[in-house]
Design a protein around this ligand. Structure first.
Ligand code: SAM
Ligand code: DTB
Ligand code: SF4
Length: 350
């Protein structure tokens, strides 16, 4: 079982804020924490240009210049979810106008994946609005994964909490990545969702790792969290061992009907700071500029690329909400002299 460890037990210079890191119980007390929350906070607090310079220096040392991964999302099972994530339009208990749909058939998914590939995507992520899939769900998703993999795309799925045998089955079907976000710092988690715990998320991530699937794990900002919670989220991600291969940073899409619909939007510069700090603390990860790009505008997105973002969700739709048009993204990359990654070969963290 994992134990929350108070920061003031981990660090000699105890912080003034009660922020905890959830660490596996087997972690010896003396094991140094790679990224204490204070160190992450100090990065977030740096003068903007200095932070961007540092992030870009790290980025250039780890990735080819101007290379952007295009990942396309498809909601393969939509709505009707029993969880109560305060940000999510697919939770059954919120009146958001989302029509629940059952799991899609293989041929429909293959058509969408082929279209994504033809448009230049190299990764295809299938999302399902489940708390946790049942055995029969995983069997069906395994067929989807196998078919999408057969097209030569990198495969990713996000299906909720997994049992160990589910992860093994998905790996055998050809799943390259599993997306399971920590969403925010442990301290703010209960304000956002109460139908599962932070530890539930960490357990699934450990099962995904153990099955040999690469981890895609990030979070959401703009949910009314305090700056220290943003630092706490990054510290949590960066201290995973190893840290995730993909780190989606989402800006909340405020969907009417969800409890967080009236959240104060994040200051765009603070969003760019999150990207920069993700890049510095997780140098080899694909840092994905994820949900919320429609609200960011081109100039802020350009700053995000400068800060180390090297992946985007590409396609007119996220899961149920909108995303910039493909044509607009192609133009944006062209204007900025960025190139879409062409290969679907796997990448590993250095
Ligand atoms: N049900 C599965 C789960 O929660 O892990 C998979 C699908 S869920 C929609 C995937 C992720 O989408 C969530 O963990 C959350 O980070 C992100 N997400 C959902 N609604 C969002 C919103 N309105 N704005 C930004 N990100 C959102
Ligand atoms: C992630 O971090 N963001 C994506 C993906 N992983 C699954 C989902 C964003 C969802 C935005 C709201 C919606 O369209 O449902
Ligand atoms: Fe369900 Fe996932 Fe939405 Fe939460 S984020 S309500 S688990 S679909």
């Amino acid at each position: 079982m994992d134990m929350p460890i108070a920061n003031d037990l981990l660090f000699a210079d105890a912080p003034s804020v009660p922020v905890t890191l959830h660490r596996p119980a087997r972690t010896p007390a003396a094991t140094p924490v790679r990224w204490p929350v204070e160190a992450v906070q100090a990065l977030l607090d740096k003068p903007f240009n200095e932070l961007l310079f540092e992030a870009q220096t790290v980025h250039r040392a780890h990735f080819p210049e101007g290379d952007i991964e295009l990942a396309t999302l498809l909601s393969v099972k939509t709505g009707g979810c029993p969880e109560n994530c305060g940000y999510c339009p697919q939770a059954a208990e919120y009146d958001t106008g989302v029509q629940a749909q059952k799991l899609m058939e293989v041929d429909e998914v293959v058509r969408a994946a082929q279209a994504a590939k033809d448009a230049g995507a190299t990764r295809f992520c299938m999302g399902a609005a489940w708390r946790a899939p049942k055995d029969r769900d995983v069997e069906k998703v395994a067929l989807l994964v196998e078919a999408v993999k057969g097209l030569g795309l990198q495969t990713c799925a996000t299906l909720g909490m997994l049992e160990p045998h589910h992860a093994t089955q998905l790996k055998a079907a050809g799943l390259d990545y599993y997306n399971h976000n920590l969403d925010t710092a442990p301290e703010y988690y209960d304000d956002v969702v109460s139908t599962r715990t932070y530890q539930d998320r960490l357990d699934t991530l450990a099962r995904v790792r153990a099955a040999g699937i690469s981890v895609c794990c990030g979070g959401i900002v703009g949910m009314g969290e305090a700056p220290v919670h943003r630092a706490g989220l990054i510290a949590q991600l960066a201290n995973l061992d190893p840290y995730p291969e993909s780190v989606p940073i989402n800006s909340l899409v405020r969907v009417p009907g969800t409890p967080l619909a009236d959240s104060e939007p994040i200051d765009p510069f603070d969003f760019v700071r999150m990207i920069a700090v993700a890049r510095i603390t997780m140098p080899s990860a694909r840092v994905r500029l994820s949900a919320g790009r429609q609200q960011l505008g081109e100039a802020v997105q350009a700053l995000c690329f400068m800060a180390g973002a090297n992946s985007i969700f590409y396609g007119d739709k996220l899961l149920v909400t909108g995303n910039p048009d493909v044509e607009a993204d192609v133009q944006l990359l062209r204007k900025l002299g960025l190139q879409a990654r062409r290969t679907s070969e796997p990448e590993r963290c250095a």
